[in-house]
Design a protein. Structure first.
Length: 257
């Protein structure tokens, strides 16, 4: 069963990328592989003016697979996951996240790399990695750039989950709608009014220009955070305890080392 579905609309100028694993749309290695293959295929598509990401069903994504966060799998998981971000950066096609329900961890980070983030009132946004004794590498860079360090550090260091309205109030979301159907209708109209009449090639150059700093910081800093995660964080007792306790459905016993 394929975990990524694609629908083209508006004379094939918009690609709807739908995460669909039949459950919480978890970004495991299979889904990430399919997503990378699809994104790479967009390199030769000169007509695309917008890529949207959404989750099938009630939720955007529960995040990356916790099973693939174990010490043995963390390095390969992060490498594959971070390649998604580098690929999106290099494509420079405008991107938009359509968020309903839970949008957590790696799912939230996928939404964060997008140029636009829209949600409905069911959306719950957060980075619960610290609860598991680990951290979110892409969000550690993206979130401060988008909403400033104070609020970003609050979300990263506490793991708190916020509502869609809170997300809009802190400047994270472009807009919030009552429900998923209204979200879909308004984004369709927004694209028709704001993007469809633009040049696809000019939009890509505009993305490169407007994101010059973000792209430079991501490419320069993310490899170092990835290395710290794999070679230092995953060598600690507590990072492994956090992941294992979650998988074993018990409370973690921290040793603070």
């Amino acid at each position: 069963m394929q975990k990524i579905k694609t629908v083209y609309t508006h004379n094939n100028s918009l690609a709807r990328v739908i995460l669909d694993d039949g459950k919480g749309n978890v970004l495991d290695s299979i889904m990430m592989g399919e997503l990378l293959e699809l994104l790479n295929s967009f390199k030769d598509n000169n007509n695309l003016k917008l890529i949207t990401f959404e989750g099938a069903g009630k939720h955007f994504s529960f995040g990356a697979s916790v099973e693939e966060h174990t010490k043995e799998k963390a390095a390969s998981m992060l490498k594959q996951f971070h390649n998604l971000f580098y690929t999106i950066i290099d494509l420079s096609i405008p991107t938009l996240a359509k968020i309903s329900g839970q949008c957590l961890g790696g799912g939230f980070e996928l939404a964060l790399i997008c140029n636009f983030m829209f949600a409905d009132k069911s959306a719950k946004l957060g980075l619960p990695e610290i609860v598991l004794g680990v951290l979110p590498p892409p969000a550690s860079i993206l979130l401060p750039l988008k909403i400033g360090p104070a609020k970003a550090e609050e979300l990263i260091l506490t793991g708190k989950i916020i509502s869609a309205d809170d997300g809009k109030n802190i400047g994270l979301l472009n807009d919030v709608f009552d429900d998923k159907e209204t979200l879909e209708t308004n984004i369709d109209e927004w694209f028709s009014n704001n993007m469809m009449n633009k040049s696809a090639s000019s939009l890509r150059y505009a993305v490169k220009a407007s994101r010059a700093n973000l792209n430079k910081v991501m490419k320069e800093m993310l490899p170092g955070i990835e290395e710290m995660y794999v070679t230092k964080l995953m060598e600690t007792n507590d990072a492994n305890e956090g992941i294992n306790s979650f998988l074993e459905k018990r409370k973690p016993e921290w040793k603070n080392c």
